[in-house]
Design a protein around this ligand. Structure first.
Ligand SMILES: [Fe+2]
Ligand SMILES: [Fe+2]
Length: 325
């Protein structure tokens, strides 16, 4: 057995989130405990275990000064840290409900990944000057509405499939398609937005994105293998997809994301000199984008990624049901 770091967990070689989630093929059997300890603990996290970034990826002084840019980051990381925390709690049910040891081991590693994402998102707020002793109350205040209106309903949906309906595969589909699938493009946007304005945060986002590629691809392969072995499960899965879409339409996530995008808009123009010609995606300068346009691009990325993953899973009929744009 080779002891090298798998390229998809190597900081320099790993693909971007959208590219990796659309094109890589990883299974729970491949991503076992040894893979995680070698590839993630000794690869992705090398030199980044404490904060999620290295000393060469600093928190600039302007991120510690009151203003819209700092407010935007506080809101973004406060909410995302709670999303990861609540995700971790939900994943405990997946460890319990896993139908074989390979899946159980994989979800144990995913649970650890999400707990760590919550930690590094949270701790960046301390790097931005939030007193450590006020951290949890500050985050609870920032995220209360988002937690109640967005996170609780979607995580409840996943946990209900597992705990109340005993449907492990359905719950994996909910996490992979609805929860991670929709949050991932926001994570991709975050990495690109903060690249020059807050290098520490961009590195933290990059590290989390490397993990999310694994979560999305392995989750998809679990659903795919089950559907291949049990074609009769297809109808049940489509029912979950339809209920997931209905739920997503009722959730006001846009309202919360737009608040931080508007703050970001004001903040980036105050620091326009740092961005100059920086392109947030090919051919588009970040300074020329607006909140609506960035949100629309994240939705377009979600659709593109979902189309690729759903086809791989054997659920191409779900693409139109889940399409956002
Ligand atoms: Fe995560
Ligand atoms: Fe994840």
């Amino acid at each position: 057995m080779t002891m090298s770091i798998p390229p998809e967990t190597d900081w320099e070689q790993a693909p971007g989130l959208l590219d990796g989630a659309m094109n890589l093929d990883l299974t729970a059997q491949q991503c076992d405990l040894a893979y995680w300890f070698r590839g993630v603990a000794q690869g992705t996290l090398k030199g980044r275990t404490e904060t999620g970034h290295t000393a060469a990826e600093p928190t600039p002084e302007h991120m510690r000064v009151d203003g819209p840019l700092r407010d935007a980051q506080m809101l973004e990381l406060g909410c995302r840290s709670v999303a990861e925390e609540q995700g971790t709690r939900a994943l405990a049910h997946y460890v319990v409900g896993a139908t074989n040891v390979a899946e159980m081991d994989f979800f144990a590693t995913q649970l650890m990944d999400e707990a760590r994402h919550s930690m590094v998102f949270r701790n960046h707020l301390v790097e931005m000057g939030v007193p450590a002793e006020d951290l949890h109350t500050t985050i609870a205040g920032l995220s209360a509405g988002y937690r109640e209106e967005v996170l609780d309903p979607i995580l409840d949906f996943a946990v209900r499939a597992l705990r109340d309906e005993g449907d492990f595969i359905g719950a994996v589909a909910v996490f992979t398609i609805i929860i991670e699938g929709v949050l991932a493009p926001a994570a991709e946007l975050s990495e690109r937005k903060w690249n020059l304005l807050d290098p520490a945060a961009s590195a933290i986002a990059r590290g989390a994105a490397i993990d999310e590629i694994r979560h999305l691809t392995v989750g998809s392969s679990i659903v795919r293998e089950h559907l291949l072995a049990h074609p009769e499960y297809h109808a049940r899965l489509m029912d979950i997809v339809r209920r997931g879409r209905k739920l997503w339409d009722e959730i006001p996530d846009r309202k919360y994301i737009m608040v931080r995008e508007h703050l970001f808009q004001e903040g980036m123009h105050q620091h326009a000199g740092l961005l100059a010609d920086y392109e947030v995606w090919p051919g588009k300068r970040l300074l020329e984008t607006g909140p609506e346009e960035r949100y629309a691009m994240a939705e377009a990325w979600t659709d593109k990624m979902a189309a690729a993953r759903l086809a791989y899973m054997g659920l191409p009929e779900a693409v139109d049901i889940l399409r956002l744009t």
